[in-house]
Ligand binder design. Structure first.
Ligand SMILES: C[S@@+](CC[C@H](N)C(=O)[O-])C[C@H]1O[C@@H](n2cnc3c(N)ncnc32)[C@H](O)[C@@H]1O
Ligand code: SF4
Length: 345
C-alpha cells in the first residue's frame, strides 16, 4: 500500500486521523509539534507517542519531507534551492540573508498560467499546483530553516491561483499548534486574481504585494494578459475597501523596463492611480531572460522615478537585486533543469 503523508496536515486533519486510529485526542497536538516545531523526518522520532501508536501510524503514513535536489550559492550569500515535485518537475526557493533578516522566497505552483511576457516561469506554462506539503517542505527542508524570519510568496507561480493550498500553508505557519509566526512576517505577491483576492484579504492578516508594472491599461495588457480579465483599476478599487494603515502592509511591485514604463509620464499616472492608498512602491530591476526584448532601466531613470513618487507622498524604494550570479530571476534554474532532463530523454 502506498503511504500517505503527514506533512501539510492541519490540527483538525490530524485529529481526524488519530480518532480513526483509536489514539487519544491529545496525540494530534503532539504529532503537530513533531511536524512543525521539532520538524522530525521520521515517525519513529515522535518519542512521546507510544511505540504501538508509532507503528500503527507508520503502517499507513510517512512524514513526506524531502531535501532539495540541487543548490546554487551566490557570492552575496543568497542560495537558490531546487526541489523535485510529486509531478516529477522542479520548483525553486531562494534564501536571502540580509543583516538581521533571513527571508525565503517560496513557490506556489509548478509553472504558471498567467503568461507574463517578462517572466521565465510564465514561459514554462502551467504544469501543476503545489500541495500544501510541497509548499511547507520548501520552508522546512532547507538547511537554514530555523534561521528564517520572513517568507515571501514570490517564487514560481501565482499564489492566488492555488489559494486553497496556500491558505492552508498560511494557517500552519500562523497557528499556535504550527509555526506560531505572526502573519506580519509573511507577504503574498499576486498579479491580482480578483476572484480570490477578497478571500485572501478577509481570511488572513498577511501582507499583500501586487505586481503592477504599468499604470496604463493597454501597455500593461501588452506584457500581462491578466489585465484583460482583471483590470488593475478594479483591483485597486477593491483594495480601497481595506485598511492598510496599521500593521498590515500593502505594496506594489514595479519592474522598471527601459523606454517602456520608466518615464515621468508613467510615474505621474502611477501616482494618480494609487492616490489615497496607504502603500509602498518597490521598484525592481528587470532580470533579463532569453528571448525577451526588454532591458532594465538605467539607475538614473530609476532614481528620478523614485524621487518623484516620494515627493508625491508615497514610500518608494529601489529594491536591491540579490543573487544576480546564480540566475536569481525565478524559473531560470528549474527551466534549465527541465531542459537537461528533456535532453536526456
Ligand atoms: C515570480 S512572481 C510570483 C508571484 C506572483 N505570481 C506575481 O506575479 O506577483 C514574483 C515577482 O517577480 C517579478 N518578476 C517576474 N519575472 C521577473 C524578471 N525577469 N525580473 C524581475 N522581476 C520579475 C514579478 O513581476 C513579481 O513581482
Ligand atoms: S510574474 Fe507571476 S503571474 Fe506572471 S507569469 Fe510569472 S509567476 Fe506567473
Amino acid at each position: 500500500m502506498e503511504k500517505k503523508y503527514l506533512a501539510g496536515k492541519t490540527l483538525d486533519e490530524l485529529s481526524g486521523i488519530v480518532a480513526r486510529m483509536g489514539m487519544p485526542r491529545f496525540t494530534a497536538g503532539q504529532i503537530a509539534a513533531w511536524l512543525y516545531e521539532k520538524r522530525v523526518r521520521n515517525i519513529d522520532e515522535m518519542t512521546n507517542l507510544s511505540k504501538q501508536n508509532r507503528e500503527h501510524l507508520a503502517a499507513e503514513y510517512e512524514i513526506g519531507y524531502s531535501v532539495p535536489v540541487e543548490e546554487m550559492r551566490s557570492v552575496d550569500g543568497t542560495v537558490k534551492y531546487l526541489f523535485k515535485t510529486t509531478s516529477g518537475n522542479f520548483v525553486e526557493s531562494v534564501y536571502i540573508p540580509d543583516r538581521d533578516r533571513a527571508t525565503l522566497c517560496v513557490s506556489s505552483q509548478v509553472g504558471c498560467k498567467m503568461n507574463c511576457y517578462f517572466c521565465m516561469t510564465g514561459k514554462q506554462g502551467f504544469n501543476s499546483q503545489l500541495t500544501v506539503r510541497e509548499i511547507m517542505n520548501q520552508i522546512i527542508s532547507i538547511p537554514e530553516s530555523a534561521k528564517l524570519t520572513n517568507l515571501v510568496f514570490m517564487g514560481m507561480g501565482e499564489p492566488l491561483d492555488n489559494l486553497d493550498e496556500v491558505m492552508t500553508a498560511l494557517t500552519i505557519l500562523t497557528a499556535k499548534w504550527g509555526f506560531a509566526w505572526s502573519p506580519k512576517r509573511i507577504t503574498v505577491s499576486t498579479i491580482g486574481v480578483k476572484r480570490n483576492l477578497t478571500r485572501f484579504l478577509e481570511e488572513t492578516d498577511c501582507h499583500l504585494a501586487v505586481s503592477l508594472h504599468n499604470p496604463f491599461p493597454e501597455e500593461r495588457l501588452s506584457i500581462m494578459p491578466v489585465q484583460k480579465a482583471y483590470p488593475i483599476a478594479d483591483i485597486i478599487s477593491l483594495l480601497r475597501n481595506y485598511d492598510f494603515s496599521h500593521q498590515r502592509r500593502l505594496s506594489f511591485e514595479y519592474i522598471m523596463f527601459s523606454g517602456f514604463n520608466d518615464s515621468l509620464k508613467h510615474a505621474e499616472a502611477l501616482a494618480k492611480l494609487l492616490k489615497g492608498l496607504d502603500c509602498r512602491i518597490n521598484l525592481i530591476r528587470f532580470h533579463a531572460i532569453p528571448g525577451v526584448n526588454l532591458k532594465t532601466s538605467v539607475e538614473s531613470d530609476m532614481v528620478i522615478f523614485r524621487d518623484y513618487l516620494n515627493r508625491k507622498g508615497f514610500t518608494c524604494t529601489i529594491r536591491t537585486s540579490r543573487g544576480e550570479d546564480i540566475f536569481a530571476a525565478c524559473g531560470m534554474l528549474s527551466t534549465a533543469k527541465k531542459g537537461e532532463i528533456g535532453n536526456k530523454c
